[in-house]
Design a protein around this ligand. Sequence first.
Ligand code: FE2
Ligand code: FE2
Length: 373
Amino acid sequence: MSTTEDIIGRADINDLEAILSVSAADQAETIKAVKDNADAIFTWDYEKGARPALNKLYEKAKVSMWNGETDLDWSIEVDQEEVARNNQALASGFDDMDLSHTPFAKWEEKEWVNLGMEFQNWSLSQFMHGEQGALICTAKIVETVPWIDAKYYASTQVMDEARHVEVFARYLDTKLNGHYPLNAHLGLLLDDIIEDARWDMTYLGMQIMVEGLALAAFGFMHQMSTEPLLKKLLRYVMSDEARHVAFGVLSLKEYYADLTDAEMMERQEFAFEAAVRMRDRFMQQEVWERMGLKPKEVLPLLMNNPNRMLFQQMLFTKIVPNCKKLGLLDRNDGWLRQRFQELGVIDFEHLTDTSDEYEAFALNDQELGTQVA
Ligand SMILES: [Fe+2]
Ligand SMILES: [Fe+2]
């Protein structure tokens, strides 16, 4: 069994120095190469529907495609400052704290609104980069998964992810006022997922962990958003995303049933690593730097702020029940259960898992049929 240090590069999950030592590379280059190490797998077993649940998802995906160009009304004008004012309480989460001896002591309305705008630029930028990660991972699954029903389904997900990257990029470019580079913690995680040669690890890293978190985060933003274009964009993306997470749960449920304890341990460690990377990502260190603050002074305030902690934990509402469904929480004497307890997210284990709830996210006929002229 590996130590926490082996898995995430530090012994204490809350070691701020170590978290901050991982910072975003400047994106001087337009492209970045990552070795994907995997064999492309052909199968000669073409029997469609041998895995009925995956076949059902595939058929569902074929009739659920929307078009980012025509289904969203890009003529809507977005006043980002107003959006930031509306979301201010949400963005900072500092309202009930005494800030008099903190770096925020001299902040006035203007700084808080700027912070709200930076949060939005940052969040949507990370969504966009994460969507590209999903595009690449799912293309990889088409190559590496040995089951024809899974190859078929994954190909529809590739198309979904292309749309997602497209609409987030367009929203950032035309409605907001600045991109952020890929967050370094998210970058480490995406590299690890792509570099792993085992096809099921792509699913675990992307469909279960990254997309599980995205589904929760999009849901939260969708609920809070008063800006109609973003609200609808998120609604459309979420309807796809729920299917993607279900694809992960349904595929891994079958595959994990035959794994040994030692093999499951590797998956549990990978899930833990992914959870920590995503938690670290939400420290948003680049935003504090851009606001002229020292992340080292701000992070302890975040970590002691009940509102922020609650928000961070909420991001795990999909991941934890899905890990439970896959047996990842309990195998090997509940190793991952203990880790999730340390991260403060174990209480979500009893929520509905996504293999059961994806249909609730589906677009209705009207939503699929509404084309903006
Ligand atoms: Fe996506
Ligand atoms: Fe997705």
